[in-house]
Design a protein around this ligand. Structure first.
Ligand SMILES: NC(=O)c1ccc[n+]([C@@H]2O[C@H](COP(=O)([O-])OP(=O)(O)OC[C@H]3O[C@@H](n4cnc5c(N)ncnc54)[C@H](OP(=O)(O)O)[C@@H]3O)[C@@H](O)[C@H]2O)c1
Length: 240
């Protein structure tokens, strides 16, 4: 299979659905081999029927899990972390523990992945990390304080790692609202109303798709002159 990621080996951390799945399928369409990794290897393995995709156990909040994964995974060209545990709620509703879990998963997880995996990657501009930020890093909104500070810190981590790991590149993707399982707690009616309101206000007139985000992630992996950048794939939401 030829393509921009032909013969490249890519780690995609996250769930078996949503954005991680779309990235996995996009990488395969570009000829790459994928290691999908998360807290439930069996669930991930069942989600794909493709010899080019293998599943691994990995908990990004557990250094022992990361080190054991690094020891057994073999060579990687790109590392994508979509792992997330968001701390939604207004200030009175926020609990320290929820914010700590959010930071531990989405900020410190990729930091420790970089620490343990970068030394095993080829040190050139064709290797990269892609982190995940999010629209609330760029748009202060009541109810999204915990989410926003986590994503804002990921945005800085991206630039800091781009300097420290150079010439390995480090970029991030910042999605706007995308219809994934991330919003299931709102219920079907709640989601429909929220997606309609956000889509109507967005300059592009719609919410995003997982394919919008996967396309940007492949771009981040394959553009060898881009590093330290957070790609805002959010329909212009912060501008509205
Ligand atoms: N969807 C959106 O509208 C949106 C908007 C802005 C930003 N984003 C960001 O885009 C990325 C992907 O979003 P998504 O909506 O597709 O998925 P998501 O619902 O944010 O899923 C993230 C997944 O990370 C996994 N995870 C949590 N803790 C983990 C850990 N300690 N180790 C390994 N994996 C862990 C969980 O999978 P398991 O439950 O299977 O363990 C979880 O389902 C996330 O970083 C998200 O914050 C999404």
């Amino acid at each position: 299979m030829d393509g921009a990621l032909h013969s490249r080996r890519i780690l995609v951390v996250g769930r078996e659905s949503g954005i991680a799945r779309a990235i996995t399928l996009a990488v395969r369409a570009q000829g790459g081999q994928v290691v999908v990794a998360g807290r439930n290897r069996d669930k991930l393995a069942r989600a794909y029927d493709d010899p080019g995709i293998t599943a691994e156990d990995l908990d990004v909040t557990d250094d022992g899990s990361i080190e054991a994964f690094a020891d057994r995974v073999g060579h990687l060209d790109h590392v994508v972390s979509t792992a997330s545990a968001r701390a939604r709620g207004t200030l009175p509703e926020l609990h320290r523990q929820d914010v700590l879990v959010s930071l531990n998963t989405k900020l410190l997880g990729p930091l420790m992945l970089a620490k343990h995996l970068a030394p095993r990657m080829d040190s050139h501009d064709r290797s990269s990390f892609v982190l995940f930020s999010g629209v609330h890093a760029f748009k202060a909104k009541v109810g999204y304080l915990g989410v926003g500070i986590t994503n804002g810190a990921v945005d800085f981590l991206t630039r800091a790692l781009a300097v420290e790991l150079a010439p390995i590149r480090v970029n991030a993707v910042s999605p706007g609202v995308i219809d994934t399982g991330a919003w299931d707690a709102m219920g079907d009616d709640g989601k429909r109303q929220y997606f309609h309101a956000i889509g109507a206000a967005n300059p592009v007139g719609r919410i995003g798709t997982v394919e919008d985000i996967a396309q940007a992630t492949v771009f981040a992996m394959t553009n060898t002159f881009m590093t330290g950048v957070t790609l805002k794939i959010d329909g212009g939401e912060p501008l509205a």
